[in-house]
Design a protein around this ligand. Structure first.
Ligand SMILES: [Zn+2]
Length: 353
């Protein structure tokens, strides 16, 4: 009777750990399980020591007989990832949207800087978009690096594997330290993410973003989608702030989650960049409210806030736009559990630069 194709999960995990989470020949993170001792057609059980990891190309060579059983045995004894990292080149192109928990980053620059060290960074070089990142566990062991769009999984992880487009890195059974869904070429979604430098830590998940500064732990972004353009999060022992030149826009968390799962981040972008109609209080004391569009064109006046909003809503409905109430035309700040985040400009013209 032929052996079932289904390899038990614990056997697979043992093989992954032994082989360093990549093809034993070339280190590819996208691998298959290859029975080599004995070969699958005569195997009577799924034994971890007789199974190795080969990527699609290397596996094909082995099954066609272009890669000898002796070589496979040798490669299995000294897997590529013993010395090097398991790897996968990400297929990315600008514009790139990166979502960490409930926060979406667009544009380029450092996304997370801890203790002066840029741990997740986006840059644009000659029209190419480059991602660099470093993820470590609680003890500071490197689990995953992204070096110029190449994913590098270190052996320090307890487990790491792609399931479809989703990379999951565990530090212990059922303890996921990193979850990353790649939607090439324009987006990467981290449903779970932890970044650490010394006693500074940032955790992002579906509940928001939490920072740890030594003994102090604070939630800086709770329920609710947020977009940041330009400045990323800078965390030091004393401070926690978002860098200059950014705009943060609350976004409905439920819609956000369903869209990031499918990679439709450009939909979020379009939602946010819809034309908006602004209502501003233009004079102190005198009830005089100004209604403008995104370009600053005056659309009308009203004598009270309520009337101004009602008028703006009517204009917005006709123009397929949204209403934003600006009490201060120069600056808007958001408070997230005591951490003040300032936005120098909420105007769309400022965002798209
Ligand atoms: Zn290979």
């Amino acid at each position: 009777m032929q052996l079932s194709r289904r390899i038990p999960d614990d056997v697979k995990r043992e093989v992954r750990q032994r082989c360093g989470f990549g093809c034993v020949r070339c280190g590819s993170l996208i691998f298959q399980y290859h029975h080599f001792d004995p070969p699958f057609n005569v195997a009577t059980e799924h034994r971890a020591s007789g199974i190795t990891l080969l990527c699609g190309g290397c596996h094909d060579e082995a099954t066609r007989g272009l890669l000898s059983p002796e070589s496979v045995r040798k490669l299995n004894a000294e897997p590529f990832c013993l010395e090097e990292s398991a790897r996968h080149a990400l297929d990315l192109a600008a514009p790139l949207y990166i979502v960490a928990g409930t926060m979406m980053f667009v544009g380029s620059g450092p996304l997370f800087t801890l203790g002066g060290r840029q741990l997740l960074e986006l840059s644009a070089v000659d029209g190419r978009v480059l991602v660099n990142a470093s993820f470590v566990d609680d003890l500071g062991n490197s689990l995953l690096q992204i070096h110029e769009n190449e994913l590098l999984v270190r052996r320090g992880a307890w487990d790491a594997q792609f399931r479809g487009p989703r990379l999951i890195v565990n530090r212990a059974p059922r303890e996921v330290v990193l979850e990353m869904i790649v939607h090439p070429p324009h987006s990467i979604y981290f449903p779970q993410l932890a970044l650490r430098f010394r006693d500074l830590q940032v955790r992002a998940d579906s509940a928001g973003i939490e920072v740890t500064q030594g003994a102090k732990r604070s939630k800086i972004v709770s329920e609710g989608g947020v977009i940041v353009n330009g400045g990323g999060l800078e965390l030091t022992r004393k401070n926690c702030r978002f860098g200059p030149g950014l705009a943060i826009i609350p976004y409905p968390a439920s819609r956000f989650r369903s869209l990031v799962q499918t990679g439709a981040l450009d939909t979020i972008f379009r939602d946010l960049y819809q034309p908006r109609i602004h209502v501003q209080d233009t004079s102190k004391g005198v009830p005089n409210w100004l209604i403008t569009d995104d370009c600053g064109n005056t659309l009308g006046f009203a004598e009270s806030r309520i009337r101004a909003i009602a008028k703006a809503e009517r204009l917005a409905a006709a123009a397929d736009a949204r209403v934003v109430v600006n009490n201060d035309s120069d600056s808007i700040s958001f408070m997230f559990d005591g951490v003040e985040i300032e936005s120098p400009s909420m105007r769309i013209s400022g965002l798209s630069q």
